[in-house]
Design a protein around this ligand. Structure first.
Ligand code: 5AD
Ligand code: SF4
Length: 346
């Protein structure tokens, strides 16, 4: 598929052509890696962040957030919940912190999770840009997948979304993604979809970027506005929610056609735009869902965007509803499996 053919797909709007695109992507998925969806229990370990991304609700300068770092026991109890419910993997996610204290915290958690679950649970990290030495230490301690979104592969757009300073360097971010591969991780990246100033051409280039980086996993979700962030002032430039959801689904489907054997997440942000947005993405080619395992009392403090679902949900309720929806759609769940990227394992 060349750039023009990608743009063509991302520009579809006829219901019949959209349905055909989603169906084709779903078929390619099924024939390449099967029909299974793998669940990753998402644990939001800390909302402390040194960065100031213009779009994000937990950016450093948002003083209305009360900051937390989960205790080892709190993380392990979330792991326990995921493990008992036959989730094959967990994701440890946090705001970006570079400190010996934070590095040790994650290393210690990795050892504890491996020991506690007899090495049964796979562990993905999503803890931002770190040094090669830190990535190496965490890999050695048991993490084997890492998510680090490029957010947009267009440098000019990147600097409309981030301050132009050392902490938010596009080149450093790219280098960090490359470093993860060197350290042996399955590498995941992704972008936000429907950002102010973003065009379909940018999105096509994002998909080509994923292919050129030979990524193993992708997580892409619609951009969602947050009133306590600088980007909120450009909300008049946004696509309406239904069109933003549609664009995100087209991105998922087109990426599946482009990279048939990678893992593609149906992200939580989709669920904000439609209660069954994640299930819709699965039917359009996604194969990973990351249900939130964070204890309810911390959830209101991890609002990267507003109207994030599950704030009042108990982990149990959201989980059973999702599983039921998937089962109703005839989709198998890969219980007790790590569900590694076929692109990586071959
Ligand atoms: N809307 C959608 N996604 C967002 N993220 C951060 N802020 C927002 C927002 N306002 C995404 C970023 C980040 C991931 C953890 O959450 O892509 O990498
Ligand atoms: Fe921090 Fe990530 Fe939010 Fe940026 S997107 S402010 S790095 S939590």
């Amino acid at each position: 598929m060349n750039r023009n053919e990608i743009i063509e797909r991302l520009s579809l709007s006829e219901p019949d052509s959209l349905a055909a695109l989603y169906a084709e992507a779903n078929e390619i998925k099924t024939s390449t890696i099967g029909n299974k969806v793998y669940l990753r229990g998402l644990i939001e370990c800390s909302n402390i962040c040194n960065k100031n991304c213009y779009y994000c609700g937990i950016r450093r300068d948002n003083q209305t957030v009360s900051r937390y770092l989960l205790s080892d026991e709190e993380v392990l109890s979330a792991v326990d919940f995921a493990w008992k419910n036959r989730y094959g993997s967990v994701v440890l996610q946090s705001g970006e912190q570079q400190s010996a204290h934070f590095t040790n915290y994650i290393t210690r958690l990795l050892h504890q999770i491996k020991e506690y679950t007899n090495n049964e649970v796979g562990i993905t990290l999503s803890c931002g840009e770190q040094t090669g030495a830190t990535y190496k230490e965490w890999f050695k301690a048991g993490a084997h997948r890492y998510l680090l979104r490029i957010e947009t592969s267009n440098k000019v757009l990147y600097y409309k979304l981030h301050p132009n300073d050392d902490k938010h360097s596009f080149d450093n971010r790219l280098a960090a993604i490359r470093q993860l591969r060197i350290e042996g991780y399955q590498v995941g990246t992704g972008v936000m979809i429907g950002l102010p100033f973003q065009t379909v051409d940018h999105l096509a280039d994002d998909l080509l970027f994923f292919r050129s980086m030979d990524i193993d996993m992708a997580g892409m979700g619609p951009y969602l506005e947050h009133s306590q962030t600088p980007l909120y002032q450009f909300r008049h430039l946004l696509l309406p929610p239904d069109k933003r959801l549609e664009l995100a689904l087209k991105m998922v489907a087109t990426l599946r056609l482009l990279m048939p054997d990678i893992n593609i997440a149906a992200t939580t942000a989709l669920q904000v735009l439609h209660p069954e947005g994640r299930e819709m993405a699965v039917s359009a080619g996604a194969n990973i869902i990351m249900p939130n395992m964070t204890l309810p009392k911390f959830r209101p403090e991890y609002l990267i965007y507003e109207h994030k679902p599950g704030i009042n949900d108990d982990a149990d309720i959201s989980k059973s509803k999702l599983e039921q929806n998937l089962q109703n759609a005839g989709i198998d769940i890969g219980y007790n499996e790590w569900g590694d990227s076929r692109h990586f394992t071959g």
